[in-house]
Ligand binder design. Structure first.
Ligand code: ADP
Ligand code: ZN
Length: 681
């Protein structure tokens, strides 16, 4: 309750909504719980049987006697018994009335196992290296001190962070407490879960791929004290462990820890708060820590920094190669997603029977469909974005021509925000000439690969091609060498471990830089570093090709040099001069309505209110807007934002508490407050 109240105040959200988010709905609904009736004989049933007149009643008593159903533990399930004897509940009820038999109801939990069987049970323990030993000792000292503390474990990919998490968990288990490991949803692969389940006996998992029944079973297991290691995504931070000793937040910089619906909490920050309330320890792990966490390490006494600068076994970092797309891009025959140097290396890798991962941060076939004569583009009727073309198997659709001149088959254009889709018109609706398409997309990449490397076995991984368990199947096939090239969106950048991957290509490192968001540099840097970590995870040396239109962008330059410190210094300077996070705090008031005039009025009224409170209470707050959001219309709703910044979180809390007390603004529109936003879309 204390944690819930803190979340309610900090993230400006009513307590009921916080509480609703803390307990999975599957638990509230009792998913997978079946009530079953069981029957057994009471003492003295032997004598009573002589006086029984009913044939059925005698049959039932005999059947129960034969099975030795003499107490609740040995009771027989009633429905099965009735079917066997071939009668209704009538005779059973009579037996119960005469107290010859007793019927009791029990709750049975039914679900498939949620945790894959470990491939190896308790594998041999590795011997920690020097850096790992020092890091673990520092964490153990904090855990032993028994109070709250946070350790940032800043270690490059493959530096042995997970090994340290495991030892730290063992330590808290020895003390009779439990631990939670938070991972980005996408990293919760069978691979990772198995690694933990081979080291710990009593584990529970909580992630989105579970069925309601599985989720309920896992939650109850934790609640009943039958599991003391919980591994899960963001919401597992609320796992009902009665005695909490440790929370690990792996890849703490990941923006997916932020929930994008009410309550808009950050799983990482709630983890820190929960460990604080529980006098427990929190480990934040990352190869590219967020600037927020880094600054906390410098300024806050509870924060402790541990570095693992080297890869385990001292594996060399992959070689980084920059490809300036401006030099190879617009040749006569149009857009090529795979540059010459990348194509050459890819051919070599395939010849050596090694594997490659190609990353493109955009789904679909191309960015947009347009008319070359009148420049008309297809855009969503509900949202302020152009539609993305998806090639599909619809027959009788129009034939499209690509920029490269090849003929496309049929397709549909989809809006990635509202998912509205329409068939692509063959002719431009405005001028009647043929439509064409341009841009980058994972589907286009797949096609280009098929043309350039017809013999290669290619699989595409993105949320369009991956339904259900397909993702895991593809990863398994890739791991066992049945696939040569994995191509896809950033799903591929996270936590996968494939020793035979010696080439990683980032088709466009710029996709994050296009967004007008103050974190776009940070994202670009993180993405390149993370992807680079996928290459050369064994003795074979890896190479990473980074294709870009902005070769001199500092974020890209620092990432190529693998210079985290340099990047941070540069970026922090910029953030400081603009009063941006992590120095100042930010909260965004997002407002939307289908009627633009009404929305403008409401935003104006809100801005006035904010100004009044700021003035009245003498708050140090900078207010910007109302301005249209980056995507100014989604699902027919116009969207505007008012951005507030303050040097301390408490000032913003004070502001929003006052605003809340004033009731809704007029005219009434939809309103969302996002504290510590991770993107400004
Ligand atoms: P990270 O979490 O930083 O990516 P891991 O803990 O997953 O790193 O370690 C990478 C690989 O190296 C794993 O296969 C792990 O079992 C192995 N490993 C970790 N520490 C050691 C060690 N001290 N000696 C040998 N192998 C190790
Ligand atoms: Zn739309």
């Amino acid at each position: 309750m204390e944690l819930a109240r803190w979340i309610g105040v900090y993230y400006v959200c009513p307590l009921v909504q916080v509480l609703a988010a803390m307990v999975p709905s599957a638990v509230k609904k009792g998913a997978g719980v079946k009530k079953q009736r069981f029957i057994y004989l009471t003492e003295g049933a032997d004598e009573a049987i002589e006086q029984l007149k009913g044939k059925r009643q005698k049959q039932i008593v005999t059947a129960l006697g034969q099975r030795g159903a003499l107490d609740l533990a040995s009771a027989v399930e009633l429905r099965t018994l009735l079917e066997e004897v071939g009668c209704t509940d009538g005779p059973v009820k009579k037996l119960a009335e005469k107290q010859i038999a007793k019927i009791e109801q029990r709750e049975i939990l039914t679900s498939l196992p949620a945790i894959p069987e470990p491939m190896v049970k308790s594998p041999e323990k590795v011997v920690l290296n020097e850096d790992q030993r020092k890091g673990l000792a520092s964490i153990k000292a904090k855990i032993d001190s028994g109070g709250f503390g946070v350790t940032l474990l800043h270690g490059v990919t493959d530096s042995g962070k997970t090994e340290i998490y495991i030892r730290a968990i063992e330590e808290v288990l020895r003390k009779g407490a439990g631990a939670i490991i938070l991972l980005p949803e996408i990293a919760l692969t069978a691979q990772t879960v198995q690694r933990f389940s081979s080291r710990f006996e009593r584990i529970a998992v909580m992630h989105s791929a579970l069925t309601g029944a599985q989720r309920n079973v896992q939650w109850r297991k934790i609640k009943a004290g039958e599991a003391d290691v919980v591994i899960g995504a963001r919401s597992a931070v609320f796992a009902p462990l009665s005695k909490l000793g440790l929370i690990v937040v792996d890849e703490e910089h990941e923006q997916s820890y932020k929930q994008d619906t009410v309550p808009r909490y950050s799983g990482r920050d709630v983890a820190i708060k929960r460990t604080q309330l529980a006098d427990a320890h929190c480990i934040l792990g990352s190869a590219t820590p967020s600037l927020e966490t880094l600054l906390n390490c410098q300024n806050k006494k509870h924060f402790n920094l541990v570095r693992l600068p080297k890869r385990v076994m001292n594996l060399a970092f992959p070689e980084m190669k920059l490809v300036d797309l401006r030099q190879s891009y617009s040749t006569r025959d149009g857009v090529s997603l795979i540059s010459e140097p990348l194509a050459e290396r890819l051919a070599e890798v395939l010849a050596k029977k090694e594997q490659a991962i190609l990353l493109l941060n955009r789904r679909g076939y191309s960015n947009f469909v347009f008319c070359p004569s009148c420049k008309h583009t297809l855009s969503c009727r509900n949202c302020d974005v152009t539609l993305t073309f998806h090639k599909s198997k619809i027959r009788n659709g129009p034939i499209m021509k690509t920029v490269t001149g090849r003929h496309m088959t049929h397709g549909r254009a989809v809006c990635h925000y509202c998912l509205a889709e329409t068939l692509v018109p063959e002719k431009c609706p405005l001028c009647g000439k043929g439509m064409t398409m341009i841009g980058l997309g994972s589907q286009r990449l797949e096609e280009e690969l098929a043309n350039k490397f017809p013999a290669a076995r290619v699989s595409r991984v993105d949320s369009d091609s991956m339904a259900g368990g397909d993702y895991y199947r593809v990863l398994r096939d890739f791991g066992s060498g049945r696939i040569d090239i994995l191509a896809g969106t950033q799903m591929l950048a996270k936590g996968l471990h494939f020793p035979n991957v010696t080439l990683v290509g980032i088709i466009s490192a710029d996709t994050c830089l296009y967004l007008p968001d103050f974190r776009s540099n940070e994202r670009t840097f993180q993405l390149i570093c993370q992807v680079a970590g996928r290459a050369g995870r064994s003795a074979k040396k890896g190479v990473v090709f980074v294709q870009t239109f902005f070769a001199e962008q500092p974020a890209i330059d620092f990432a190529l040099k693998n210079d985290y410190a340099g990047f941070v210094e540069e970026e922090l300077k910029h953030r400081k001069s603009c009063n941006l996070p992590p120095f100042w705090r930010m909260a965004v008031v997002g407002m939307r309505d289908v009627n633009f005039e009404k929305l403008e009025k409401a935003c104006g009224a809100m801005r006035q209110r904010i100004d009044r409170v700021v003035e009245r209470d003498g708050l140090e707050v900078v207010v910007k807007g109302p301005v249209p959001a980056v995507i100014s219309r989604i699902q027919r709703y116009h969207r505007m934002q008012i951005i507030t910044q303050a040097p301390k979180a408490e000032i913003l809390q004070q502001l929003f508490a006052s605003l809340r007390a004033m009731g809704p603004v007029r005219p009434a529109v939809k309103l969302a407050i996002d504290v510590d936003p991770v993107n400004l879309l």
